[in-house]
Design a protein around this ligand. Sequence first.
Ligand code: CLF
Ligand code: SF4
Length: 495
Amino acid sequence: MELPVLNEKPAASGCSAGSCGSTDDQLNHLSDEIRAKVENHPCYSEDAHHYFARMHVAVAPACNIQCHYCNRKYDCANESRPGVVSELLTPDQAVKKTKAVAANIPQMTVLGIAGPGDPLANPERTFETFRRLSDEAPDIKLCVSTNGLALPQSVEELSKHNIDHVTITINCVDPEIGAKIYPWIFWNNRRIKGVKGAKILIEQQQKGLEMLVAKGILVKVNSVMIPGVNDKHLAEVSKIVKAKGAFLHNVMPLIAEAEHGTFYGVMGQRGPTPLELQALQDDCSGDMNMMRHCRQCRADAVGLLGEDRGDEFTMDKIEEMEIDYQAAMEKRKVIHEAIAEEMHSKRSAKADAHAQFAQEEKLQTRPVLMAVATSGQGLINVHFGHAKEFLIYEASPDGVRFISHRKTDQYCGGDSTCGEAESALQRTIRSLEGCETVLCSKIGYEPWDMLEQAGIIPNGEHAMEPIEQAVIAVYKEMAAAGKLEPSNELERASA
Ligand code: CLF
Ligand code: SF4
């Protein structure tokens, strides 16, 4: 499945960076055919994720492997207990739900099957859903995410159903490392443990990748970064999957908390810090396009990446909706065209701003990380206190690039007591470690003071402005104020 999706916490999986070396930069160099596949896919294009939404339908309960970061509600392919997941849908329910969401959230362009188990370990349910949707809702892109064990035997079927996007989770290419991540796989009706099982899984993943590429299907590779286990190995994985034709690599942080009941969680295996993750993504990016905006979605997520509107589309609500999908498709077409036009004009404005910045006298300044509060459309349009996450951009003399997102707790949610609110605010500020400024539409006095005390400058002067242009403007202001001289350490390092 997409990754460790327990259906009550974020799952894992993902695309690429912003302006510099991003997929959007590379959009310009793609063939028309590939550009059409990625430009409104929120995972394959960082730009698109500000505008277009995705949804997942949880039709796949069983899994054929065990990952140490997953709390198995389904012990193996022979022991699936579908009732355990409240959102588990039949293919018929999944089709109804997809049409209902598409009619009500017209910017939803992609339907993914990503769990809660492995979609290809549940081939009848998965392919029945895809088959019906490719017939009944041909304007929706179909996407699937798999651990890869059953991939080679599924490629032919995938290629029949208008499925242009497949994600394979590849955490290693070395079985010794694999044995530390996968205690067993279920293969040919037997449970195979340790290095032997990991070796089969790796072979199947690599074979499946090659077969998909040969069919012209875009492949994204997801990898979970597990410090001390595969962190030193993932740059090698990146090289290999790129050489085999993968389009995008998404390195995601391990999520391991004891309360999730996963092996890693219980054993105290830590996930990477944001800066460790960024360093590894930068290492890998020498070899391939990196996704940095993955939100590690749930197996039943609905909406823009980073938001979840699943509660609006429970099956009891859907059963009461009257959907005329033909009419919905016409409306969706008009809205998609309008969004494409808006994206195009914002992309041109962004390119102009970068070109102008590049033509100016090159600043002799150090890079800076800035946090941005946004709810989409590529604008700074969220109050600091309402931000559930911040997008992190790096500004440097070479321009602006999207780095990552960081989730945070809302601290002014209404019913919090003062004491709780304060600690949530402190947590929010801690989540911005490494950032020197935060751009938002507005901010209150209390967080302003606390941010300043933490060495982060709040900035509400660029409300409703396009993100990249505002980041460049703030960077230039910081440079003009003499705040960006290279540090002594940097000078020493470069001497
Ligand atoms: Fe879903 Fe995955 Fe398709 Fe996207 S998610 S199946 S490619 S439509 Fe996207 Fe979510 Fe990350 Fe996945 S943000 S977890 S990468
Ligand atoms: Fe869990 Fe299977 Fe997905 Fe691994 S592949 S995270 S075990 S559902």
